[in-house]
Ligand binder design. Structure first.
Ligand code: SAH
Ligand code: SF4
Ligand code: F3S
Length: 482
């Protein structure tokens, strides 16, 4: 789940809010999001920060006054995409300037953080570079570009400031964004896996205080949201300040959120095996609204490689953990991330990964060829695996994972499930929603069911989705969708 790349602006702010409350001049912003769900959340929050400064969201970069690329640095390909996009934007910007107009180009997110000044040198059309912890400063930074400054770089790490400075959620915008929402509760990472840029691009681990999280969850519910996914680069390392000044774990936070009237589904991602504590596992047994799905990346099944990766767990402890989670919630669907071709990975190490996959039986998974990232310890290793070997291992691993995924989907056939129908299908009369286990489910249903939960019977499990027959819909008392 953390790697479902989101490269299209899949949400648009309420179009009526083109006139700012302060009467500022109307302008438009186009935000393109790359990378993980945390960036999707951040893009929405950037739009929220920009609205009072007079910016309404648009889907058309060609007419936008401001274009922001919210970028990802996790693999080389992800980072390079940004430069291709900047090439395309350069043509648009020049065209606008030829006609006497202007376009401000900003780069946000993890490439912005990692490259900073370098970005402006490599792509001089960039007016503004803003890191993931500084985007609450966008209105001020834009005032500076408006006054003729170019190449402004803002990559500090004032993480507490950001959440304090972000505006409360706007009810109309929340309604426009639909029934499912992300809520960032934790940011940053102190784990320093040898391959990973996140500790450098997002900074040290930080948890938002419990009261802030609960308030934002209540605001989401007031805006019609019924399913919340709690986000963090290391979400189960959550340790936010709770009542009496004591830190709460993610498990405790989930018990509290489940009490909020109107939250029908809770999920969280991404977790680290080291931080799956007893309370969180117990929540999977006891909290009805906590969905039976867990993304728990293992990366490799070889102890040699796990040690070299600095993952701080071995294959056996991961398998024991899975056993305990399954005892608590026998039907839980499991997911993972894998890296093949980490420096020094031998054929035997790779076989160990295949054998772990065989033991777990994942419902879905994401797998990648190792990509050396500047500044990370593994990038400097002398024994890099050849590209052709990486490609062959990835193909074998993905074949196995696909077979397991198809088997999981098939095992859903004949079952009755609840689905939150929050997307329209490609075919007329078809609505789409997620099963409790996170698969997309396609159902023929009246449009009145859009945005509501439905009971369905799964007819068919395909490679990547399920199809189902509608039994009944539950119209709830949520916010008015019109
Ligand atoms: N916080 C999450 C991971 C975020 S990155 C966690 O701890 O699991 C998402 C995934 O990208 C990682 O799980 C890993 O599988 C993959 N990844 C990270 N760095 C990578 C690299 N240098 N090359 C290839 N894949 C990488
Ligand atoms: Fe990256 Fe490891 Fe932190 Fe996940 S736990 S964000 S893979 S350093
Ligand atoms: Fe990418 Fe940054 Fe997320 S590197 S995966 S956008 S934390």
């Amino acid at each position: 789940m953390p790697n479902q790349l989101s490269e299209t602006p899949d949400r648009l702010a309420d179009q009526e809010s083109t006139q700012s409350a302060t009467g500022t001049e109307k302008k438009s912003v186009f935000i393109k999001t790359y990378g993980c769900q945390m960036n999707v959340y951040d893009s929405d929050r950037m739009a929220d920060v920009l609205a009072p400064a007079g910016y309404a969201e648009t889907l058309d970069p060609a007419t936008a006054d401001l274009v922001i690329l919210n970028t990802c640095h996790i693999r080389e390909k992800a980072a390079e995409k940004v430069y291709s996009e900047l090439g395309r934007l350069r043509a648009l910007k020049e065209e606008r300037e030829r006609h006497g107009g202007s376009m401000t180009i900003g780069v946000a997110g993890c490439v912005a953080q990692a490259e900073g000044e370098e970005m402006v040198r490599r792509a001089p059309i960039v007016d503004l570079v803003v890191g993931p912890q500084s985007y609450h400063r966008l209105p001020d930074l834009l005032k500076r570009t408006g006054n003729g400054s170019r190449g402004i770089v803002e990559t500090d790490f004032p993480v507490e400031d950001k959440f304090d400075a972000l505006p409360a959620l706007d009810k109309k915008k929340t309604i426009a964004r639909g029934r499912t929402a992300f809520l960032t509760v934790q940011e940053g990472c102190d784990k320093f896996c040898a391959f990973c840029v996140v500790p450098y691009t997002r900074g040290a681990e930080f948890s938002r205080p419990v009261a802030n999280v609960i308030q934002e969850a209540k605001d989401l519910v007031a805006g019609g949201v019924r399913e919340i996914t709690l986000l963090g680069q290391n979400v189960n390392a959550y340790h936010g300040e709770g009542s009496g000044g004591k830190d709460w774990s993610l498990g405790r936070l989930i018990y509290a959120l489940a009490e909020i009237d109107g939250i029908d589904r809770l999920r969280y991602t991404t977790s680290h095996p080291r931080d799956m504590d007893d309370e969180l596992i117990r929540a999977h047994r006891e909290v009805d609204v906590l969905m039976p799905y867990l993304h728990l990346p293992v990366q490799s099944g070889s102890n040699n490689i796990l040690t070299a990766m600095n993952r701080q767990h071995d294959a056996a402890s991961y398998l024991r953990l899975i056993e305990r989670i399954r005892e608590a919630r026998p039907d839980i669907a499991l997911s993972s991330d894998f890296i093949v071709g980490f420096p020094g990975e031998t054929d035997q190490d790779f076989e160990d990964t295949l054998s772990l996959v065989g033991e777990v039986g994942y419902a879905q998974a994401y797998s990648f060829k190792y990509s050396p990232r500047p500044g990370t310890p593994a990038a400097g290793e002398t024994v890099q695996v050849e590209e052709a070997v990486k490609a062959e291992r990835l193909a074998r691993l993905q074949d196995k994972l696909n077979i397991d995924q198809a088997a999981f989907n098939k095992s859903c056939e004949g079952r009755t499930m609840s689905v939150l129908l929050d997307r329209r299908g490609k075919k007329d009369g078809q609505l789409v929603g997620r099963s409790p286990y996170l698969q997309s489910v396609h159902v023929d249903a009246p449009d009145a069911a859009f945005g509501h939960f439905a009971e369905v019977t799964i007819d068919k499990g395909f490679a990547n989705s399920l199809s189902a027959t509608l039994i009944s819909t539950h119209r709830d008392q949520g916010a008015n969708q019109t």
